[in-house]
Design a protein around this ligand. Structure first.
Ligand code: PSU
Ligand code: MN
Length: 308
């Protein structure tokens, strides 16, 4: 018996018609941005996907049910709720089994997207190898998920709160394609250039879709990380953020923040320390990722369509 999924009407209709659907995570709403900008952004991202010709499927667990697509009312409730659980691969089954409510990270959203037959997923930034991982062993489950679950994830690279060289090394070890869009450098979330070369570069959604389909045909498990740089007008130069990130990372260490609390702590501190500037950039890059994800989802359908 297939696992029961709770589709929004919009997603159910799109699936029946074979139209492109793009998955969205919910941890970015509950743990990645403050209220009310989190809900406003979630609604704008959905609208951006629709304008781009794809149907949004925001994923979350609500009272034990795995939802693929949320109503605006459900989005708002989730965005206002105080202590919503953050669900990664390790927590998803337990939350559903105990009829809990939780927001899905990149890893858990990929798992749900695969169950729903959704192959493209747009977000802001992925989790990765944290600074100091050589002593803390803090490496996000997102990385292993990318090596196992066949979903193409469009993100603006990874935040400089992480150790980006180590993050790229682990992705290489795991065999995850990391594709920069339209440039040679790996982007660093708020900044277009991390100073590190991206392993792969592609300039069109068609090529990215073709690579996705080819991996499936080769029988390779796992997805792709599409690293789409933030629009130039919205970027914050890496040098400006460096001292702020260093301060946030130091505070996390002093306060003994560990495990799943690390990423939300750092994101919240950086929003405070930049007085909202990081949030404006964050919103712009998520919308930009939604535009690219919609095009990739359409191209995948075009490639799979039977020829004349
Ligand atoms: N990075 C961001 N914004 C986010 C996250 C990461 O720039 O909102 C969230 C995503 O949901 C990601 C999760 O999957 O944090 C990673 O958490 P951890 O490092 O605990 O695996
Ligand atoms: Mn972690």
């Amino acid at each position: 018996m297939p696992f029961p999924l709770h589709f929004s009407d919009e997603v159910a209709e799109a699936r029946a018609a074979g139209r492109p659907v793009v998955a969205l995570e919910s941890t970015i709403i509950t743990h990645g941005m403050p209220y009310p900008q989190n809900v406003e952004t979630a609604v704008m991202v959905e609208e951006t996907l629709r304008r781009g010709g794809a149907v949004p499927a925001t994923i979350a667990v609500l009272e034990g049910k795995l939802h693929i697509g949320l109503s605006e009312e459900e989005l708002t409730r989730l965005g206002q709720a105080k202590s919503v659980a953050k669900l990664s691969r390790a927590d998803l089954a337990a939350c559903i089994a105990t009829r809990g409510t939780g927001a899905t990270t990149v890893a858990a959203t990929m798992i749900a997207a695969r169950l729903a037959g959704i192959e493209v997923f747009a977000t802001g930034g992925i989790g990765g190898v944290h600074r100091g991982a050589e002593t803390t062993f803090d490496i996000s489950a997102d990385l292993r998920e990318l090596s196992e679950t066949p979903v193409t994830v469009v993100a603006a690279g990874a935040k400089a709160i992480l150790d980006l060289p180590k993050t790229l090394e682990v992705l290489e070890t795991l065999g995850v394609p990391v594709i920069a869009v339209g440039q040679d450098a790996f982007p660093a979330f708020w900044s277009r250039d991390s100073g590190l070369p991206a392993p792969l570069r592609m300039d069109t959604a068609e090529d990215i879709a073709a690579a996705h389909v080819t991996r499936t045909r080769l029988g390779l498990p796992g997805g792709q990380l599409v690293a789409n740089p933030i629009p130039k007008a919205e970027e914050i130069p890496a040098a400006e953020l460096a001292p702020i990130i260093a301060q946030a990372v130091a505070e996390a260490g002093e306060q003994g923040i560990t495990a799943k609390s690390v990423t939300p702590f750092l994101l919240a501190r950086i929003f405070e320390l930049t007085e909202g500037r990081s949030l404006r950039s964050n919103i712009a890059l998520v919308l930009n990722n939604a535009r690219v994800a919609a095009r990739i989802a359409q191209e995948i359908i075009a490639i799979r369509a039977p020829g004349p």
